[in-house]
Design a protein around this ligand. Sequence first.
Ligand SMILES: [Zn+2]
Length: 431
Amino acid sequence: MKSRLCLIAMAVCCLCNSIVARNIDFDKLFTDSTLRIDYVLSGNVDYQNIAIDELSRMPGWYGKRQNLTEIPVHGAATIDMRLAATGELIYRHTFSTLFQEWLDLDDAKHAPKAFECVELLPMPRDSVIITVNLYNHRHQTTASISHTVNPSSTSIVHKGEGGNIAEYVVLNEPANKKKAINIAFVAEGYTNDQMLDYLNDCKKGMEGLFGYEPYKQLRDRFRIIAVVTPSRDSGPSIPSEGVWNSTAMGASFDTFGIPRYLTTLRIKQMHDAIAGTPYEHIIVMVNTNRYGGGGIYNTLNLLMTKHPLFIEVLVHEFGHSFAGLADEYAYQGEEPNDFPLDVEPWAPNITTLKDFSLKWLDLMPEKKTVILNTADSNLDTNTVALYEGAGCVLKGVYRPCPNCMMRTLKVPVFCPVCSRAIKDIINFYTN
Ligand SMILES: [Zn+2]
């Protein structure tokens, strides 16, 4: 995604999945524990490869227990689990990766690189076949792997058991723990002496997020914890300033040479640090006042906690990392090819009009396609229609409203389309 070249960052979007929902009894097929699979994604623009690094088991399962074979947002990759004995699909999940973002850069035209990718799945009771597919911007499969996992194999490493779990504080309890969205705040660039400050930042961040609808009205669907993960050094690395710090998550500005792109390539290190805590989604709280951040759908969300726009960036990036929303802004001179104009992007909040019926037509006043111009002074800024310029592309990609949290941090609300998308995804996990 080239959104990193624009305001803040990244990731992703959506296209409804058409797999027919089946009633799968979670407890019959899965145990209450997590199968973590570490993959290595490698290659360049010419070829991509997926290889297995390590399998591990962690106590507790903190992802979905319903809608097991459905996905609410397509993402740039999918992972499927089928029973080895029958081939029946029993679990499906979707995500995007830093590797695929890198593939859009000029750098990817040269030597191949390898990226870490960690996926969390419910631990099956019986042997299963896992399939991972990576997709390009045209929704075509570019790399695939299928492999068998026998849950009783001794090669599955145990992690996060016994006393080997990082300390954490529960900040928000859900009404129903079996139907909750589990988010872990993780400290990055906070030393031991700065842990109280970190916990205060977590509380501020959480209350900030719950200040926005629809999170506010659905607050009791979330379990939010703050994991205590101290760093040796204070603050993340800033290579362009010669700052190289030793930190818990290895986060850095200047990712891919882009100054404000703050992220970490150390995905395994991040999951190792919080193994055994109740989490599915991760928000990395980075102790810096320098502007930056990044959000990758169902992978991670990083942001700076000491900048005046801390809360706004958290909420915006969480829109990417949790709900698969695309950026609704566009810049002159930047015409990334993330969204080929003859393909409908899968983000719920942008369209190329190639298959608009799946998007927000039903939210438009007269249920018909209307393209409006924001230069019209009579325009009601809440009118849901089609406004050109979104996904960093000025022409041919449309957004639903003149303004929205996914377009500018100055507007402290989500547009009706993003708001509905977030609500839908919360209900998908928890209703
Ligand atoms: Zn929006």
